[in-house]
Design a protein around this ligand. Structure first.
Ligand code: ADP
Ligand code: UDP
Length: 237
């Protein structure tokens, strides 16, 4: 499959059209951003590490029965995916308190919830990704009631697959964000699952192994991503 025109360049990936109308190529770049794109850096190896990390996770999810957009890895930092009409919402599941929920509800970081918490956010950096609920999604016709239910069920199903996968590697899956889209009318998991879009803590030391290292200037960001990849058995090239 060959790249034709550049469709979109986001904060961390560039999306290309291909000679197949149903497929896109995602190029994972070395760019790192935080705080709605206001903090920026280039981190060597990030694109390749995240592309290979994502390929591994998407393959695990596909094998476990989740319909994903992932088709194949094309090179160290590119993958072929199904072309989706993206739904402009972020689906977040939280197992342990961290990030925005701590500010919003006055929680201490690290509290484990009795049940995983599901939240929707509107994907809009200029508005700082505000939290929304089902009523907004229906009123703005971003998705149907059935699609809303599927997004919730699928995002929670991913938790049941990935929490044990990370636990076996001695890592706590604290929270994560997923994005969905439509492929010929079918709801499909898109975008990525990498340490850029989730929180991962070492189960023994509590050390942060995700993008919070970049957000908080903790250093060794990509070294931590590589450590997680190695612990999951991913062979990075
Ligand atoms: P952002 O847009 O948040 O800055 P990225 O740099 O990761 O993010 O850009 C990737 C863009 O591609 C995102 O807007 C994402 O919604 C979109 N995308 C991801 N997977 C697909 C897909 N399979 N089909 C179409 N668009 C996709
Ligand atoms: N997240 C993301 N992209 C976003 C917002 C959140 O990937 O635009 C991820 C984030 O990395 C974390 C989870 O979703 O794993 C929950 O994020 P939170 O709402 O706590 O926001 P944050 O404080 O991280 O901005």
């Amino acid at each position: 499959m060959n790249k034709t025109t550049e469709l979109y360049s986001g904060k961390a990936k560039t999306v290309y059209e291909t000679d197949s109308p149903d497929h896109l190529i995602l190029e994972f770049r070395d760019d790192a951003t935080a705080f709605d794109g206001t903090k920026k850096a280039s981190l060597a190896r990030k694109g390749a590490v995240n592309n290979q990390f994502n390929a591994f996770i998407m393959t695990q999810l596909q094998t476990a029965g989740i319909n994903t957009h992932f088709v194949e890895q094309r090179s160290a930092n590119e993958s072929v995916v199904k072309r989706l009409a993206m739904i402009p919402v972020e689906c977040v599941v939280r197992n342990i308190a961290a990030g925005s929920i701590c500010k919003r509800l006055g929680l201490e970081e690290g509290q484990t919830f009795a049940e995983p918490i599901f939240e929707f956010f509107y994907k809009d950096d200029a508005l700082h990704d505000p939290m929304i609920n089902d009523a907004h999604i229906l009123a703005f016709q971003w998705a149907t009631a059935d699609e809303i239910e599927q997004m919730k069920q699928l995002t929670l199903a991913v938790n049941n697959i990935l929490k044990p996968l990370f636990a076996e590697a001695g890592i706590l899956l604290v929270d994560y964000k997923l994005e969905f889209g439509r492929f010929h009318g079918e709801l499909v998991l898109g975008d990525e699952f990498t340490p850029d879009g989730c929180r991962l803590w070492d189960a023994d030391s509590g050390e942060k192994l995700d993008k919070d290292r970049f957000r908080r200037d903790l250093g060794n960001v990509i070294e931590a991503y590589e450590d997680v990849a190695n612990r999951l058995g991913i062979t990075l090239t």
